[in-house]
Design a protein around this ligand. Structure first.
Ligand SMILES: NC(=O)c1ccc[n+]([C@@H]2O[C@H](COP(=O)([O-])OP(=O)(O)OC[C@H]3O[C@@H](n4cnc5c(N)ncnc54)[C@H](O)[C@@H]3O)[C@@H](O)[C@H]2O)c1
Length: 232
């Protein structure tokens, strides 16, 4: 089985992606949280506890990839954070922190691993429906719009050898969204045409499909998985 690298895989969407990919790939799971060791043990995967914003974190991931029995066929850039605040209350450090993880981490790891991914392999980046604009998420929207630009530019740069696509989830139940006030969660979910919150498995299915041969003629695309809330 070929190798897949999934970041932010200790919990939430990243963990669901790992659970979805485990039948077709050996897995290298990356997360800054030590919980990644437990997740990896449960899935028979290799864990790398590393921060994708730090050069030593990227070096540790590269070393683990080079130590694996086969090169990667898939990279899922899923690790991400939110630090919500209204624009006039947002400190520059908070703006930079979100862009640094969501966009900088995606760039740094893709730059480090792209040459190691086998011909015909693929990269899937996690953007967000929030890139269309959400009050209080100026930094997050900037970072996730950047992920789309990164996806399109890399798709062209790495074609025809690799495919690069993005998934843009809407509201998904995870620790990230459980941190939101209940009234905000209810308001957001009530605006979803399909009338429910997304589950991590909804996103994992889309990520797995984009990485599969069934999506072999797609590159540079953004797939909104948001219950229909991508317009209006
Ligand atoms: N939950 C949603 O509604 C939603 C919607 C749209 C997009 N997304 C995106 O999907 C991805 C996963 O979201 P989630 O809801 O599962 O979040 P989550 O907070 O539950 O999990 C994110 C994981 O990323 C890890 N992580 C954070 N910063 C890291 C770093 N610097 N280095 C390594 N690991 C790091 C965390 O430790 C955590 O395990 C994120 O990119 C997020 O922006 C989520």
């Amino acid at each position: 089985m070929s190798l897949a690298v999934v970041t932010g895989a200790a919990r939430g969407i990243g963990r669901a992606v790992a659970e979805r990919l485990v039948t077709r790939h050996s897995l290298l799971l990356v997360d800054m949280s030590q919980a990644v060791h437990e997740t990896a043990a449960q899935l028979g995967a290799v864990a790398v506890q590393a921060d994708i914003t730090q050069p030593e974190g990227i070096a540790a991931i590269v070393a683990a990839v080079d130590g694996a029995s086969e090169p990667p066929a898939m990279l899922v850039n899923n690790a991400g954070i939110t630090r919500d605040a209204l624009i006039h209350k947002m400190e520059e450090a908070v703006f930079r922190a979100v862009v640094r993880v969501n966009l900088g981490g995606t760039y740094a790891l893709t730059e480090a691993l792209a040459g190691r991914i086998v011909d015909g392999g693929s990269v899937v980046n996690l953007s967000s429906r929030a890139q269309l604009g959400n009050v209080g998420q100026f930094n997050y929207a900037v970072s996730k719009t950047g992920v789309i630009g990164c996806t399109r530019a890399l798709a062209l740069a790495l074609a025809p050898r690799l495919r690069v696509n993005a998934v843009a989830p809407g509201f998904v139940e995870s620790d990230m969204t459980r941190a939101m006030p209940a009234r905000v969660r209810e308001r957001v979910v009530s605006a979803v045409p399909l009338a429910r919150a997304g589950q991590p498995e909804d996103i994992a299915d889309a990520v797995a499909w984009l990485g599969s041969e069934a999506a072999g003629y797609l590159t540079g695309q953004v797939l909104y998985v948001c219950g229909g809330r991508s317009f209006g």
